[in-house]
Each structure stands twice: as structure tokens, then as C-alpha cells.
Design a protein around this ligand. Structure first.
Ligand code: C2E
Ligand code: MG
Ligand code: MG
Length: 762
């Protein structure tokens, strides 16, 4: 019977009783006896009904317990029904297993085992009833095999009796869960321990960690790395990270980003890689060298590829390296990179540009007439100028790039070009600034000095197949303006149209020598006072069968490099001597025939014999032959040079120093050589009318040469005012377009005829 029904019945009798009392009040005539009888009957009926209902209720409750016991029997997890005085117990099979109750167990024994069970939970059955009722209770108990099992018990009251209350408890095994929980706790603890150990070791070792998922442009930054970078956050974007790098290292970093962005997990290299970068924590702080030792193929727990590695401060090692590097890679005078360093860093720059599709420029610079500084101000002052010039160049490497001293007054400047398609104007613009800066060099003891520079430039990586080739092309562009002051020229592949390629050129030159595709042109040398032709310089021309003319400036250096020059020189010697002898035989006023001798020719042991044989063959006196030598001879064995020159001079042959002033020698050097003529280089003459320094130098050189009985000739004279000035300075001869460009033998012959038959040159 339901509890509600019982309440309704009890309520019905209560209302009935009230109604009877009301009736007694409403009918006072009713006799007292009848009333008492009536009341007693009512009480008896009510009590009877209540007892009947309670009995019915208790009868039906016990039926429910049986049903529950039946259900519990089928439950596979431990479950039991129990009264708090342990007078009633029912355990299912799973519970029996747990308690170790055998099949033939006496109920009394079951009570003992159950009581022990409660004790094992730290409870008495009575307490257990209070504590467990309506709750879940987790317990850890040892089963009969001694294994610890974790069970979560849920207990609910079934029936409250007058003596004891009946409960139903069901247990859910949580052993696995509990074990997982425990191992997780243990792992968390050991992780915390190892993490604190890890943090400590990171701190002690000073290693920072940078990690990034290859798809995101953000680094996760460990606490140490945060200190290195001067940030308070555990992440930094690539853009912000790049800003903290030294400008010279940014290209390297961009290359690295390109690489990691294109790294696919499948083809990622398992080898760790290293980047050496300079990082500064904040503007104004010094850059610190770090080695970033990273792997490209790590995998995050979510399976996505990550790239990461350790950032280690290597400043100390770098400083040590820097000392070694300084010795090997630094130019002692200017304290900037030397040629070795230029070649090394240049090759790296070339590689990076190729990888990333970016551009750089290499500008090779030559201080115009630097020898003047050395000659006029001394080497110490010359060094000062070189150093200051180097500092000017370094100014332009601030946003990436570097400067190097290649040799003597030759420098190289590598500039990063940050424009998308290459900024063609960058080298020209930079050179303008450099020239403007050079005016600051003309101060103090150098206030009379006006310095300028010439340059050739080429683009990395498009103007060559290697850095060496790009550098050569920039040098080639510079060489194209041979001698011109403030000359600037960018490399153009068309410059090589004549040349095509070195290898091909060599082959063609060898063929040209065999086929005699050469012709000699003659340029007059004129006496400045009589204005008469006193000599001719034989200048070779390579004329291909298709009519293309190749300048000696282009092929002579190749011939010198490959050794073919001796054939060419021999050809020139024979041809020029033969021609001069012929003109003499024709009765024309004898002139001196000058031929250019490369230093390679000069070092040939039999040079005197060769020349003598040739003079003998054509029947010409040695005094009509002049050999033009260059200052480069002095770079070789000076004793041998002097010996050879003396031998030639003893034969009566004239010896001229060509291009004087363009090399490294000073005036003191020529004292050693038995020279008869000094050829002042064209670069002095170009500005001689306006440049007072050039005037002073030329004038001084002429005087010194005279004091040594050496005659002087000025090359490249194009204007009358230049000739006039040189005449006043005491210069003996001039050679230049003013009195005639190099011309074929027949044209020259006509000039000689005029010369011979008394007509003045116009
Ligand atoms: P170099 O011996 O100094 O010859 C003078 C060069 O200056 C010639 O150039 C000549 O044409 C040029 N020149 C002369 N006067 C003027 C002038 O007023 N203005 C200008 N702008 N230039 C002038 P070229 O013939 O092109 O020869 C260039 C160089 O090639 C020569 O310089 C010489 O070093 C070399 N070379 C020429 N022929 C031979 C040769 O047969 N053997 C050797 N070993 N070298 C040669
Ligand atoms: Mg010459
Ligand atoms: Mg010359």
C-alpha cells in the first residue's frame, strides 16, 4: 500500500472524529451515555483502522525486500542488503567474492565478515548506516588475493524498522580509474619534479628554447630565452624576433624561415642545424651572439610538425673566434674585412641571395690617384686616408652588407637591396653619398687634397655564376673606365659581347695568334717644343674576320694570364721593328718605335737575345727601339728586373716606364731602374688644367725625372691648354688625341712624310 493512501485513510477518520464532536455540540439533548458509547466506538474504529493499515504496510514492505534481493542476485557488481544491527544480510555473488564468503558459509560468519568489512572502512555498522546513507563512499580494500581494489559504494535506505533499518549498498569497481588517477598524480609529481629540475638546469646552463609550429609565425619562448630577447611574454612573432637581430644576420634568418616553411614533415631532415645570430634584448643594448641549434622534424603531441631548438649564448666563443678571425680576415690598416673575408662572406651572400630570390650589389671602388697621396704626403698619411675611407664605406653597411679592402686603394662594398625587383639606382645613389662624404677627408693636413673615387658594380646573384665571377664583373666594369676620374659603371653582360666567355675568348685568341688576326696601329709621340713627331707607340688591334675590333684592354690581360702574351709580343716586336726599318729605308726622318712589354715578356730569360735577333733581322739600330714597361714589374723580383733592364740598356735600347703613377711604386723606386723615359699616366693629365694638386705632382715628377736624366712624356693629351701647361712645366713630349689617335701604318706614314719634309703639325 502506498504511503499516500494510508495518509488519506487516517485523514478520513480524523475528519470523522471532528464531525462527531461538532454533532455533540449541535445536539445538546443527546444523552451522555449514548455519547460516550459513540465516542468509544469511534476511537476503537480509528485505532483498528490505523493498526490494520500499518500491518498491511509492513506485510507489503517485506515482499519488496524479497524482490530486491532477487534483483541483487543478478547484479554482477558487489551489492548487499543489510540492517544496521546486522540481523539481516543478503550478499550477491560478486560481494561474496569480495568478502571471501564461501558457498556453505554460515549466516553468522557472513555477519562477522560484513562487520569486518565495515571496520576495514573504519566504520561500525551503526556509524556506517549514518555515514553511508544516501551517499557514495569510496573505499580501498584488499581482496582475498591481497590485491587492493577500489570500490565506490552507493547506499540507500530500504526500510526503517522499529529495531533496525534496512539498507541496500552497491559497489562500483574504480580500481582501474583509481590506479590511473594515482599514476597520473605520480606522473604529475615527477613531471613537476623533472620540470623544476629542467627549469633549474636550463637556468644553470643558460639555454633558452624557441619552438614554433611550422604553420604559425610565432615562437614559443622559454623563460631563459625571454631574458635573452628582453621580453615578458612566452611568445614572440617572427617579425618582432627578426627586428631584434643584427641587420647583417637578418638575411640568414629569412633564409632559415624560407627553409622551415617549405619543410614537409615527410622530408624533414633529422639532422640538427645551427644558426649563429646576433640578438639584442632592446635598442641601445649590445648585440649578443647566440647559436640556435634546431631540429626541423619534431612533432607536437597533437601531431603537428614543430621546429625548435636551443638558443645558447656563444659570445665568449665568438670573441675567441673573433680574435682568430681578426688575424685571418681583417685588414691591418683599415680594420675592415680583407680580401679573404670578402671572398668568404661574399660566397655566403651569393648563396643566400640565390636561395631567397633577393639581391645584393657589389661595388668595387678605387680611390682616384691615390698614389699622389702616398707620394706627396707619405705612406703614414696614405694609411690614414685609407682608414677614413674605410669608415665612410662602413656607414653604408648599417642596414646590411659589409665593406672590405681588396688591395692597396681598392675596396669592395656589398650592399643589401631590399626592393622587390632590384633597385638599379642603389649603387649610383650610394656612390654619390660616398663622394660627398669624401670631401670630409680633405681637412687638416689634407686640406689641399681633393679626393674622389671610381667604381664598378655588379648585381648578386644575377651578374655571375658565383661570387667570384660577380666580383670579377664589377672589377671589369671598373676597368672599362681605365684612368677616368670619378668613373662609375655598372656591369652589363653586353660588355662581354666581344668576349663571350673567358674560355671561348682564350680559344679565339689562340686562333687569332695562329691566323695573325692582328694589326698594329701607331700613335705619334710629339716633341712639345719642335712639335715634330719623334716617335710612335705601336698599339695592337685584334680585328676579327667579320670586322669586329677587340680592345687590347680586353684581350691583353687574358693573353698575360694564359701565357699567350709572349707570342703577341713577338709579333708586335717583329712587325713594329720591320715597319720602322722600312720607314727609315724610305728616307723618312728616323723615329723611335715604342712597343709595350708585359712583365711576363720581360722575365723571359732570353729577352735580350730575342730583341737583338730582331734588330739584326730588320737592320735597325737599338736606339730606335723603346720598350714600355709598367710599374707592375716592380712587384716581381726587383734585382732580376734591374739586371734585365741594364742588359737591354747596355744594348742601346730605350726603356720607358708606362702609365707612371697608376701603380704602387713611388718616385724613389724609379731611381733603381735604368729608365730613359717616364710616361705620365693619362689620369694626371685629364684634370691638369683645373686640378692644382695634379699640377703640383706632375711638375714635381718632371723636375725629379730631369734631375735623374730621364725624359718625360705626358699620355692622353687632348687639348691645347693641357699641352701648353705641360710645355711650361718642362715636359719633353706628349702623346694624345691632340696630335693624333692611334692609326694604321699607311696613315702614320703620311704624317711622317709631312714631318720629314718640313711642314709643321697643325
Ligand atoms: P698604353 O700603353 O698606355 O697605351 C695608351 C692607350 O691610351 C692607348 O689605348 C691609346 O689609344 C690611349 N690613348 C692615347 N692617347 C689618348 C687620348 O688622348 N685620349 C684617350 N682617351 N686615350 C688615349 P689602347 O690602344 O686601347 O691600348 C690600351 C692599352 O693596351 C695600352 O695602354 C697598353 O697597356 C695595352 N696594349 C696595347 N697594345 C699592346 C701591345 O702590343 N702589347 C702589350 N703588352 N700591351 C698593349
Ligand atoms: Mg704604352
Ligand atoms: Mg700608358
Amino acid at each position: 500500500m502506498r504511503k499516500n493512501t494510508i495518509l488519506w485513510i487516517e485523514l478520513f477518520f480524523a475528519v470523522l472524529s471532528i464531525w462527531v464532536l461538532f454533532m455533540v455540540g449541535a445536539y445538546p439533548d443527546i444523552s451522555m451515555v449514548a455519547l460516550r458509547i459513540y465516542i468509544i466506538a469511534l476511537i476503537v474504529i480509528t485505532v483498528g483502522m490505523v493498526m490494520a493499515v500499518r500491518y498491511y504496510q509492513s506485510q507489503h514492505s517485506s515482499v519488496d525486500i524479497d524482490r530486491i534481493c532477487e534483483m541483487v542476485r543478478h547484479i554482477e557488481v558487489p551489492a548487499f542488503i543489510w540492517s544496521d544491527d546486522l540481523s539481516t544480510m543478503y550478499t550477491n555473488e560478486a560481494m561474496d567474492d569480495l568478502l571471501g564468503i564461501g558457498e556453505s558459509e554460515d549466516p553468522g560468519d557472513t555477519a562477522v565478515l560484513l562487520s569486518n568489512f565495515f571496520h576495514s572502512l573504519g566504520l561500525s555498522p551503526r556509524d556506517a548506516a549514518d555515514i553511508l546513507n544516501g551517499k557514495t563512499y569510496d573505499s580501498g580494500i584488499l581482496d582475498e588475493d591481497g590485491d587492493k581494489r577500489y570500490i565506490s559504494w552507493t547506499t540507500s535506505m530500504l526500510k526503517q524498522g522499529s529495531h533496525a533499518t534496512l539498507y541496500f549498498s552497491i559497489g562500483f569497481e574504480t580500481t582501474e580509474l583509481e590506479e590511473a588517477k594515482q599514476s597520473l598524480t605520480a606522473y604529475a609529481q615527477s613531471l613537476a619534479k623533472s620540470q623544476s629540475r629542467y627549469a633549474l638546469s636550463m637556468k644553470l646552463s643558460g639555454i633558452g628554447i624557441l619552438l614554433c609550429e611550422s604553420v604559425h609565425d610565432i615562437y614559443y619562448v622559454s623563460p631563459e630565452a625571454q631574458q635573452f630577447l628582453g621580453i615578458n611574454s612566452d611568445h614572440i612573432s617572427f617579425v618582432e624576433f627578426r627586428k631584434k637581430l643584427h641587420p647583417e644576420d637578418r638575411m640568414l634568418f629569412d633564409d632559415y624561415l624560407n627553409k622551415i616553411r617549405s619543410t614537409k614533415p615527410s622530408n624533414a631532415s633529422s639532422k640538427p642545424r645551427t644558426l649563429e645570430l646576433r640578438i639584442r634584448a632592446a635598442a641601445g643594448r649590445p648585440y649578443v651572439w647566440y647559436s640556435y641549434h634546431y631540429h626541423e622534424n619534431l612533432t607536437a603531441s597533437n601531431g603537428s610538425p614543430i621546429i625548435g631548438g636551443a638558443l645558447i649564448d656563444i659570445t665568449i666563443e665568438k670573441n675567441k673566434d673573433a680574435t682568430i678571425e681578426r688575424l685571418a680576415f681583417m685588414d691591418a690598416i683599415t680594420e675592415i674585412a680583407n680580401r679573404n673575408k670578402l671572398m668568404h662572406d661574399g660566397a655566403e651572400t651569393f648563396r643566400l641571395c640565390q636561395n631567397m630570390g633577393t639581391y645584393c650589389w657589389i661595388i668595387v671602388l678605387d680611390i682616384d690617384r691615390f698614389h699622389i697621396v702616398n707620394d706627396s704626403y707619405g705612406y703614414e698619411n696614405g694609411d690614414k686616408i685609407l682608414k677614413n675611407f674605410a669608415h665612410i664605406l662602413c656607414k653604408y653597411t648599417a642596414s646590411g652588407g659589409f665593406a672590405a679592402r681588396v688591395s692597396a686603394d681598392n675596396f669592395a662594398l656589398v650592399l643589401h637591396d631590399y626592393s622587390d625587383h632590384g633597385d638599379e639606382e642603389l649603387p649610383g645613389r650610394t656612390l654619390e653619398h660616398i663622394r660627398a662624404d669624401m670631401t670630409t677627408l680633405s681637412c687638416g693636413e689634407f686640406s689641399n687634397l681633393s679626393l674622389s673615387c671610381s667604381a664598378g658594380f655588379a648585381r648578386i646573384p644575377t651578374d655571375g655564376h658565383s661570387f667570384t665571377e660577380v666580383l670579377e664583373h664589377a672589377e671589369f666594369a671598373l676597368a672599362m673606365g681605365k684612368g677616368e676620374l670619378s668613373y662609375v659603371m655598372g656591369y652589363d653582360a653586353n660588355m662581354h659581347r666581344e668576349i663571350v666567355s673567358q674560355g671561348e675568348m682564350e680559344k679565339e685568341l689562340a686562333n687569332a695568334i695562329e691566323q695573325r688576326h692582328f694589326q698594329l696601329y701607331y700613335q705619334p709621340k710629339v716633341d712639345l717644343h719642335s712639335k715634330k713627331i719623334m716617335g710612335a707607340e705601336a698599339l695592337i688591334r685584334w680585328i676579327k674576320p667579320d670586322g669586329t675590333r677587340i680592345s687590347p684592354n680586353v684581350f691583353i690581360p687574358i693573353a698575360e694570364k694564359t701565357g699567350m702574351i709572349s707570342d703577341i709580343s713577338h709579333f708586335v716586336l717583329c712587325e713594329a721593328c720591320e715597319q720602322n726599318a722600312l720607314w727609315q729605308q724610305m728616307g723618312l726622318t728616323p723615329i723611335v718605335m715604342s712597343i709595350n712589354f708585359a712583365s711576363g715578356d720581360f722575365y723571359q730569360a732570353n729577352v735580350c737575345d730575342v730583341v737583338q735577333d730582331e734588330l739584326y733581322r730588320v737592320g735597325m739600330q737599338p736606339k730606335w727601339l723603346e720598350l714600355e714597361l709598367t710599374e707592375r714589374l716592380a712587384l716581381g723580383d726587383i734585382n732580376y728586373t734591374v739586371q734585365q733592364m741594364n742588359a737591354l740598356r747596355d744594348m742601346g735600347i730605350l726603356l720607358a716606364m708606362d702609365d707612371f703613377g697608376t701603380g704602387y711604386s713611388s718616385l724613389s723606386y724609379i731611381q733603381l731602374l735604368p729608365l730613359t723615359l717616364l710616361k705620365l699616366d693619362r689620369s694626371f693629365i685629364i684634370e691638369i688644367v683645373t686640378d692644382t694638386v695634379a699640377q703640383e705632382i706632375v711638375s714635381a715628377v718632371i723636375k725629379i725625372a730631369k734631375s735623374m736624366n730621364i725624359e718625360t712624356i705626358a699620355e692622353g693629351v687632348e687639348y691645347e691648354d693641357q699641352a701648353e701647361l705641360l710645355r711650361n712645366m718642362g715636359c719633353d713630349y706628349i702623346q694624345g688625341y691632340l696630335y693624333g689617335k692611334p692609326m694604321p701604318a699607311l696613315d702614320f706614314q703620311k704624317r711622317l712624310e709631312i714631318n720629314t719634309y718640313g711642314k709643321e703639325l697643325s
